[in-house]
Write a protein that binds this ligand. Structure first.
Ligand SMILES: Nc1ncnc2c1ncn2[C@@H]1O[C@H](COP(=O)(O)OP(=O)(O)OP(=O)(O)O)[C@@H](O)[C@H]1O
Ligand SMILES: [Mg+2]
Length: 485
């Protein structure tokens, strides 16, 4: 009996142990499966943040409706709508970047890019097979604005920008858009942004912008392909505008003057206009300029020396400012007493190459070189327009940090203006249609690829309106300008 009891006890203990042994791995496995599911769900939510955010909103709405009733819900909706409307009104750019572009981008992503992503990557050869597993570059997100879908992609390890630029036409064809540009993303070496142009926003002429204030560090002067304003950094820089005849260089000069107009009225910026084509381009804006020098080659006399004198006066101002600011600051900030001086020159070549007076040519060359090499730190900037970018014509070409290239007559000229490789990175200035004056490519700080933009068209009426609103009555003589500066 005792023995039977011991055996029974042993059998029970054994079966309990066996059950425990079976149970532990089971529970471990279950825990592992559960953890994997939780991590999977978390990863899914992190990849579909919008869905996660949407779920939170729905949960809050349901909770409010059940807890406080539909009335509270209506009040909450009205407050949210008012906040959004205020945001849109007060800061349209950030509202667009955070709300409209993302909503439109999600829609385009779901309809166009995600469904065709795998096909596009495989047919263009941008995928990779590793250990029999197919890897695709990740589609990080899409933002849509105006006529452009900006598709952010994460390249596979080992891929470079050129792998994508070479496939841009095929990507455009796959996604059914006329053009695809590949752009780097500052600070993100593994990411690229594909700009898929659904429609060309620059086909239509651009109207001049109106701005109440003027920021010389970010002058809104043109429209980008994504409908945003292109902001030119004039403060602390010099700008060279190059374009064949009729390419719209005049509109670039006027866009800069218009951008500066509020500062001209406030006297924190002064424009010295040098128009060696006999005043053809800039004469209409005379009341906006502190100094206006023009010349007519048929006139004879010493008109060419006048250009040299103006430039030398700018050098004198530069020297005086250098002496005062030495050791105090490295970048001058414009004030009414010490304004930004912008020396605006239409057709630089008339001063550097085609000039006949040798003495004037020497003095102009010397003064221009000094201004371009030392003026920007003390608030003296030069903006020059020229048709021919060759060094023999514009000896000082390389001293302009900012370049704008409009339509050019030859493909080789692109490198002279925007640097070697700029054409391969998309700046096809020689392909700009003659029917689209004011269109060109500009450099953007921190981004390797030039950006296509269009400058507004300034008619005589626009210039008259600008003069009427911002022109200062003082049409100063050279002597007055010198003493004021
Ligand atoms: N941004 C623009 N949008 C639409 N049309 C423009 C624009 N800019 C200029 N145009 C038109 O193109 C024509 C040529 O422009 P503009 O005189 O500015 O060219 P340019 O490059 O200065 O030529 P040139 O070297 O011969 O002086 C102008 O008559 C004007 O009507
Ligand atoms: Mg012109």
């Amino acid at each position: 009996m005792w023995a039977i009891g011991v055996v029974a006890l042993c059998v029970m203990a054994g079966s309990a142990l066996a059950a425990l042994v079976r149970l532990v791995p089971l529970s471990l496995r279950a825990a592992r499966v559960a953890l994997r599911q939780i991590f999977g769900a978390m990863r899914w939510v992190s990849r579909h943040r919008r869905f996660g955010a949407g779920s939170v909103v729905v949960a809050v709405v349901v909770w409010m409706a059940t807890k406080h009733g539909v009335g509270a819900l209506a009040v909450g909706a009205a407050i949210s709508a008012a906040l959004l409307a205020t945001w849109r009104l007060r800061a349209p750019e950030t509202f667009s970047a955070w709300v409209t572009e993302r909503i439109a981008g999600s829609w385009r992503s779901a309809r166009v890019y995600r469904p065709a992503w795998e096909t596009a990557m495989v047919t263009t050869g941008l995928d990779a097979g590793i250990n029999g597993e197919r890897r695709l570059p990740a589609l990080v997100g899409v933002r849509s604005r105006a006529g452009v879908d900006r598709v952010r992609v994460r390249m596979l390890a080992g891929q470079v920008l050129e792998d994508w630029t070479g496939r841009a036409p095929r990507l455009a064809q796959t996604f059914g858009v006329p053009e695809c540009r590949v752009r780097t993303v500052p600070g993100r070496s593994r990411d690229l942004e594909l700009w898929l142009l659904v429609a060309d926003m620059l086909l239509a002429e651009v109207s001049p912008f109106r701005s109440r204030t003027s920021d010389a560090a970010a002058l809104a002067v043109a429209v980008q392909e994504d409908g945003r304003r292109y902001r030119l950094r004039l403060l602390g820089s010099h700008v060279l505008v190059v374009g064949a005849t009729g390419s719209g260089k005049g509109s670039v000069l006027w866009a800069i003057v218009a951008g500066l107009a509020p500062a001209i009225r406030d006297r924190t910026a002064r424009v010295w206009a040098l128009d060696p084509k006999g005043g053809m381009e800039l004469a209409a804006g005379r009341p906006l300029f502190d100094r206006f020098v023009y010349g007519d080659p048929d006139d004879g006399g010493d008109y060419e020396i006048e250009f040299a004198r103006a430039l030398e006066d700018a050098v004198s101002i530069m020297r005086r400012r250098q002496a005062r600011l030495r050791g105090i600051t490295r970048l001058h900030s414009p004030t009414e007493e010490e304004p930004l001086i912008v020396v605006l020159i239409d057709e630089l070549a008339n001063l550097t190459a085609y000039i006949t007076d040798r003495e004037a040519k020497r003095r102009i060359g010397a003064a221009l070189s000094l201004l371009l090499s030392q003026g920007r730190a003390v608030g003296v900037s030069v903006v020059g327009a020229v048709q021919d970018p060759r060094k023999e014509v514009v000896t000082v070409r390389d001293l302009f940090p900012t370049r704008i290239a409009l339509r050019l007559s030859e493909a080789d000229q692109v490198a002279l203006v925007l640097g070697a490789g700029a054409r391969d990175r998309g700046a096809r200035c020689d392909r700009i249609a003659e029917s689209m004056p004011g269109t060109g490519y500009v450099g953007i700080e921190g981004v390797a690829e030039p950006l296509r933009v269009r400058f507004p068209h300034f008619t005589d009426q626009h210039i008259d309106a600008l003069v009427a609103e911002y022109g200062t009555s003082a049409d100063m003589t050279a002597a007055e300008t010198r003493s004021a500066a």
